[in-house]
Design a protein around this ligand. Structure first.
Ligand SMILES: [Zn+2]
Length: 242
């Protein structure tokens, strides 16, 4: 095998290794998982507040009912007394009448408040229900994603280790000056080795000059004079793999 063929294989390995490194960084960074967790926590805080407010609304409703019951009882008792004929004192009767009116007003105020408590209660119950459903959904997505990440990381890690081993073996067969050249070009380029297509550099698509084509026939490693990438000549004179 020519050095350039080994280099071509090396580039294939390096580009896959690069992809795997990015993939592994996603798995270890766990950004999506952390985002989901934050969303979950925010929703949980909201739920706690809503649940507390709901408890308050229920408590207020109950005490409201208690007070209304008490007032209604007193109202009836006063009314009974008023029409029983037991009281004949005019001033006392007037006082009782006034008392009844005031109790009536209080009952009405409490009934209005009760309506508001009930509406608030219904609103909060709906929110709590939705919040709980959301939390369940987030939890499911989180668990599934976590599982996916674990599996993905394991798979990517295995492939990464395998390719890294292959790379080590391959690098042993590549001469130092070739490696140097490859590493230098790779510093500034996405790809260091490119094929020649229709007489043009596969990287920058500029014509490869005749002189370069001649040099390539001698199996020399030649860089594109425009972009500096290493040109990879496909085996024109038949397979000479060795
Ligand atoms: Zn080029």
């Amino acid at each position: 095998m020519r050095q350039i063929d080994l280099l071509w294989d090396l580039q294939g390995l390096d580009s896959r290794i690069g992809e795997l490194e990015k993939e592994l960084a996603v798995y270890t960074g766990k950004k999506k998982l952390r985002e989901l967790k934050a969303k979950f926590d925010r929703e949980k805080d909201l739920l706690k507040k809503d649940e507390a407010a709901l408890m308050e609304a229920i408590k207020s409703s109950k005490s409201n009912r208690g007070r209304v019951q008490e007032l209604k009882y007193n109202f009836e008792k006063t009314e009974e007394k008023l029409y029983s004929g037991e009281v004949s004192n005019m001033k006392q009767l007037e006082g009782m009448q006034k008392n009844l009116e005031e109790m009536q007003r209080n009952i009405e105020t409490l009934e209005t408040a009760y309506g508001a408590f009930q509406a608030e209660r219904a609103r909060l119950e709906e929110r709590v229900k939705k919040s709980r459903a959301k939390l369940k959904k987030y939890k499911n997505i989180f668990d599934r994603l976590k599982e996916e990440y674990l599996e993905g990381e394991k798979k990517a890690r295995e492939e990464y280790d395998e390719l890294t081993k292959q790379r080590e073996e391959l690098v042993k067969k590549i001469e130092d000056w070739v490696m140097d050249r490859y590493n230098r070009v790779r510093l500034g380029m996405d790809t260091a080795v490119v094929t020649i297509e229709d007489g043009k550099c596969g990287g920058c698509h500029m014509e490869v000059s005749v002189m370069y084509t001649e040099r390539l026939k001698e199996d020399e490693m030649v860089n594109c004079e425009t972009c500096g990438r290493i040109l990879y000549p496909k085996k024109i004179n038949g397979g000479n793999n060795g």
